[in-house]
Design a protein around this ligand. Sequence first.
Ligand code: ATP
Ligand code: MG
Ligand code: MG
Ligand code: MG
Length: 512
Amino acid sequence: MMGPNLVAGFWARVSWSPRRAAPETPRFATQGHTSAVSAASAGRHLQGVAVSFGAPDTLISDGGIHLLLAGEIYNRDEVAKALGNASAAHGSDATLVLAAWHHWGMTAFRILNGRFAAILLDGGGRVVVATDHAGSVPLWLRADAHGIDVSTEAKTLAGLPGTPLDVAGAQLLPGGTGVHRVQAGTALILETVQGEVRTANRVYTWIPPVSRAAVGEEIAVGRVRRLLAQAVRTRLRDDPEPTVVLSGGIDSSGVAAHAVAHGGLVHSVSMGTEASDEFEPAKVVAGHLGTDHSEMTIHSSDLVRELPWAVWAAEIADHTILEYLLPLIALYRRLPPGPRRVLTGYGADIPLGGMHRHTEPLDLLDSVIAHDMATFDGLNEMSPVISGVAGIWSTHPYWDRDLLDCLISLDPGLKRRYGRDKWVLREALARMLPAETLSRPKLGIHEGSGTSSAWTALLLEKGVPPGRVEQCKAAMARRMHDLIVLRTRHPDEISFDEVLAATEKGRTRHAL
Ligand code: ATP
Ligand code: MG
Ligand code: MG
Ligand code: MG
C-alpha cells in the first residue's frame, strides 16, 4: 500500500533571535512521523516540528523563502501549466506552492485549490500564514513578545508561557490563552518587530458565492458529474488502495462509485452500533461497485466514552458537530494501523441543503443554504485531525473548491426537484449506482450510527431529566473543550462520568 505522502500538521515558531534550546516536541493529536525543521532569513528564525505521513521533505526553501505546507493541492496540473512549468506538476506539493508564491505572491493562495495550511517566511522577514478556501486544515496562531507561534493544532499553543498579544485579522479563541484561529479562505502577512506583531495585509482567498445560476437540468447534471469525477480523481493521488468510508447514503456512495471508476482496488468500510447501523444499504453499494468491503460494530457506550477524543481531534465545543464526528473518529481509531488515504462523502449536504429537505419554499431553502455556507468556519468538521488521531489522511471531495462553487451556486430548484432532495447529485450519479441507492432518503451520520441516541440514553440513565439533555450535552462539550484544548489535558485522562458529574455540580452551584 502506497498511502499518503504528506505533511499532516505542523507547529512552528518565528522569532528574531535563535532559540537556545531545541524546540520542545508539541503534543499533537495527529499521529505520524515527527521531524524538527529550522530555517532563517532576514534576521528571522523559524523553528518547528512537522508531523507527516511518509513525506520526504517537510520544509521547502528557495531564494531565502521558506515554506511549511500541511496537506495537499488538487489543481496541480492547472497551476503548473499557468506557471509555464510542466515539471512543477511532478514535484512535491510544497515545491509547487513555493513556485506559485514566486510567480503570484499572495494571489497564489487565490489560485490554489487544495486542502492545506501553510506558513511561509518571506525573504523580507515577514510571516505569511494561509488556509485553503474552506479552512479545512485548521490553522492557529499565538503571538507574544518573543515571536509568533503557528500550529495546525490549537492545543499545542494553548499552554505556552508569556503574555499573549492580540493579532489583528485572526479570530481570538475565548478562554484567555491568546490563541487565534486563521479564518477559512484567508491569507495574512504578519510583521514581527521587537516586542510587537503587526498584520500588514489580510487577503480573502475565497468567499462562498451568493449568486445562483439557473441552468437547464442537463447542463447542471453534467457539470456536477464532471466536477465530482475530477474532485475524486485528484484526491486519489494515484493511491492504489484508497478507502471510502461508506454509509450507503447518496453522498458517500457517489464518492465510492467515482473512486472505483478511476480503477484500482477500493476498500470501503461501514460502521454501526448495536443500536443502529446502515450495513444493508452500504452492502448493496459495495456489492454493486465491487469494493473490498468491511463492517465494524462499536458498542454505543464505548462510542460515547470516546467523546474526549473527538474534542481532542476537532478542537471544538459544539456538541452537535461532535456527534457527527464521533462515529468517524471511532471508526478511524479501529482501522488496521498503517498509511491510509480515506475519501468521505462529508459536507455534500451543506451546499445542497440535504439537512433541510422539508424546508419550503425554494427561497427559504436557498436562504438556509446561504446561512450554512456563511457560518461553517470554525466548526472544524473537515479537519484532517479527525482521522489524523489514527495516523490516517482523509479528504472530502464535495468540498473541492470547484465542485463546491458549482454546488452552492446552483438554482435551489435543482437541489430539490420533483419532490427529491439533492436531486442534481442523484441525477449526476444515475447509471453508476443501484436504483435503491439513488432514491435512498438522507440519513445523518449521527442517526444512522445511533450516536445521538447513545449519548442521550447515557445521560437519561444517569438521571438527567429529558428536558435538560441538550443543555447538558452542550455544557459537557464546553467543559471537555476547556480541559482538553485550552488546558491541554490528554483525552485518556478525561472520563465521561467525571465530566458529567462536574457539569451537573457546576449547574447546581450556579442555580443556588
Ligand atoms: P446522506 O447525507 O444522503 O445520508 P451519506 O450518508 O453519504 O449521504 P452523511 O450522512 O452526511 O452522508 O455522512 C457524512 C459522511 O460520513 C458520509 O458521506 C460517509 O463518508 C461518512 N459516514 C456516515 N455514516 C457512516 C457510517 N455509518 N459508516 C461509515 N461512514 C459513514
Ligand atoms: Mg451526506
Ligand atoms: Mg452530511
Ligand atoms: Mg447518511
